[in-house]
Design a binder for this molecule. Structure first.
Ligand SMILES: Nc1ncnc2c1ncn2[C@@H]1O[C@H](COP(=O)(O)OP(=O)(O)OP(=O)(O)O)[C@@H](O)[C@H]1O
Ligand SMILES: Cc1ncsc1CCO
Ligand SMILES: [Mg+2]
Length: 269
């Protein structure tokens, strides 16, 4: 893909500084807030049903993450999602642990049925489960995917009428017709809890600032994973990597991204 359109997508985030409203888990909420800031957007976390709709209406994107869900939180997600849908504000769903328990799978299916989800972003196991394509999930981790990942991402996108971002060593982005693959990243990203949650925050920022959700989501994955590559050069292990990841996201330049983003059509991968 044209490296300039990837770099332009980062510029768009930094110029518009979109508000990204999250209803998210209690494990990685601080990481999501800070990676949103380091990307060049503004985070807010607001989950109470009394304010979730009002806050969503003010946002450039809404990120719903079911990592530590409760029945009450799902209701807040529906309130926020409906408010966003009424105003054309994109909603990103992170189906954390879908397939691990019936509650998680059913919550995702309900959110996907009742809301217009702009981007469904999960790891390979989660997307494989929701696609009905033999995904396996252990806790919140992917435990495998049957079949060709590009085909699973595209099939899942068609099933739910959404853009799918399927993360792993390579990220696949598909709207069911066009499928891109992002090759950037480093294995240390898989050694830290929350890099998937943070990917959803970064995708939210880029989709809020862009016109084309496939391009915006691919640019988001390339940016975050490029920051991961740079952070890995500075790290002694997972936790110094974590610090460097935030720094490298904040310091990422359009020139570096244009030179190093690895975004291809999956067909040509
Ligand atoms: N082995 C790897 N090599 C390169 N990048 C990776 C690797 N593993 C994960 N990543 C990157 O890490 C990020 C998170 O992907 P992953 O699939 O691990 O999410 P996840 O399982 O949902 O994470 P979490 O549940 O901890 O939030 C993505 O940006 C992905 O590209
Ligand atoms: C470890 C964990 N458990 C529920 S949410 C979460 C954060 C990573 O998905
Ligand atoms: Mg995840």
């Amino acid at each position: 893909m044209d490296p300039k359109s990837i770099a332009d997508a980062l510029t768009a985030v930094r110029h518009s500084r979109p508000l990204v409203h999250h209803i998210t888990n209690t494990v990685t909420t601080n990481d999501c807030a800070n990676i949103t800031l380091c990307t060049g957007a503004a985070p807010v976390m607001a989950a109470a049903p009394e304010e979730a709709g009002e806050m969503a209406a003010l946002a450039g994107a809404v990120v719903l993450n079911i990592g530590t869900l409760s029945a009450a939180q799902v209701e807040s997600m529906l309130i926020a999602g409906r408010a966003a849908n009424e105003r054309g504000i994109p909603v990103i769903l992170d189906p954390v642990g879908a397939g691990a328990t019936a509650m998680r799978t059913e919550a995702c299916e309900r959110l996907l049925a009742e809301l217009d989800i702009a981007v469904l972003k999960g790891n390979a196991g989660e997307i494989g489960v929701l696609a009905g394509a033999g995904g396996e999930v252990r806790g919140v981790d992917s435990a495998g995917l049957a079949g060709d990942p590009a085909a699973v991402a595209a099939s899942c996108a068609r099933t739910y009428g959404t853009v799918v971002v399927m993360t792993g060593p390579e990220d696949y982005i598909s709207d069911g017709e066009r499928t891109l693959v992002v090759g950037n990243g480093n294995p240390l990203m898989g050694c830290l809890s929350g890099t998937g949650c943070m990917t959803a925050s970064v995708v939210g920022a880029f989709v809020a600032a862009g016109d084309d959700a496939v391009v915006a989501a691919a640019a988001a994955c390339a940016s975050f994973s490029r920051a991961g590559e740079r952070a890995a050069e500075l790290a002694r292990g997972p936790y110094s990597f974590r610090t460097a990841l935030f720094d490298e996201m904040a310091n990422l330049t359009e020139d570096d991204l244009a030179a190093h983003a690895d975004v291809r059509d999956a067909g040509a991968a």
